[in-house]
Design a protein. Structure first.
Length: 313
């Protein structure tokens, strides 16, 4: 059976196509990402602007061609924060469903967090000690405190990088005063995270998706580390993170374009992303960071694989 997972995110639309084999095994057939920036010029107004809307439509047409070419048996499509919060989000989901010829489900923040956990646990070795799983999207951030037994606490906050970028509109480069204002806003919003992290003794962080991927890629490039291959988790040193943080927050947009490992689609949002990460590290006293190569779309894929395995038995 061939499964296509379509992740209609705030910054990026992702397509993941995999073949399910005997039992619960699967093999990746195709993975594609298209930047759409659904939040641009509208996310703080709770509206998907016309240009962003059209980018989403165009990306869906591209995905449909690939899905047809690869002859997927099951297609699972879902929208996240931008569609959740926009007044025209459901209309966009309906239009995308018509193009993709399948239902588009707008998942809740808690559902998104749970799927992220399911993806991360397949890519990272969880231990008996609780760790904080953190996924920074364009519209929201998902936090999951979990160990090998499962999640103990999870939450979704409308504090994504694109949303905060539009809300605070920092200068280029961002100033120390602007960093302080943004940090204070995050600290105020994330008090429940602090309380629960203390409750479960969290000192380790597992990051997934955009900002973490870009940060890890920059560290690997600049420090000549071996991060490629079949790895699904990457260790990130706090000292390397601090150096990358200072590079990014002291740079102009033009300078970031030339940085080794920088994903061009993250040039603007990575400034907000690293500030969010550093704020959480300092708030919780994090001593250890890992990147999970698996996140939301993989979590849904693994769930579909398990469902297929169970139904075949």
């Amino acid at each position: 059976m061939r499964i296509a997972v379509v992740d209609l995110g705030t910054n990026t639309f992702h397509l993941l196509v995999a073949d399910v084999m005997d039992g619960s095994r699967h093999s990746l057939v195709r993975a594609l990402r298209i930047p759409v920036k659904l939040g641009e010029a509208g996310i703080t107004k709770k509206f998907i602007a016309p240009a962003a809307y059209q980018r989403g439509i165009d990306a869906a047409h591209s995905f449909k061609l690939i899905i047809n070419e690869l002859k997927a048996d099951i297609i699972f499509c879902f929208g996240t924060s931008a569609m959740r919060s926009a007044t025209n989000g459901q209309q966009m989901a309906n239009d995308l469903a018509e193009i993709l010829e399948t239902r588009v489900e707008i998942i809740s923040g808690d559902q998104e967090a749970m799927y992220i956990y399911q993806g991360v646990k397949e890519g990272v070795t969880l231990e008996s000690q609780h760790a904080l799983i953190m996924d920074i999207g364009g519209g929201s951030i998902e936090f999951i405190i979990a160990n090998e037994q499962g999640p103990a606490w999870l939450a979704s906050y409308d504090l994504g990088a694109a949303r905060l970028l539009e809300m605070f509109s920092p200068s280029d480069p961002i100033s120390a005063a602007e960093i302080e204002i943004l940090t204070h806003h995050l600290e105020q919003q994330l008090e429940p995270l602090i309380e629960n992290s203390l409750k479960y003794g969290v000192t380790k962080m597992i990051g997934s998706s955009g900002s973490f991927e870009t940060m890890a890629a920059m560290i690997c490039e600049q420090y000549n580390l071996s991060c490629k291959g079949d790895k699904t988790e990457i260790e990130i040193s706090l000292s390397h993170f601090e150096e990358i943080y200072h590079q990014i927050t002291n740079s102009t947009r033009e300078e970031r374009m030339l940085m080794p490992g920088m994903a061009l689609m993250r040039i603007d949002m990575i400034v907000i992303g690293v500030i969010i990460i550093r704020t959480v590290i300092r708030m919780l006293g994090i001593s250890h960071i890992r990147l999970s190569e698996y996140a939301l779309k993989e979590g849904i894929l693994f769930q579909l694989v398990r469902q297929h395995s169970n139904s075949a038995q």
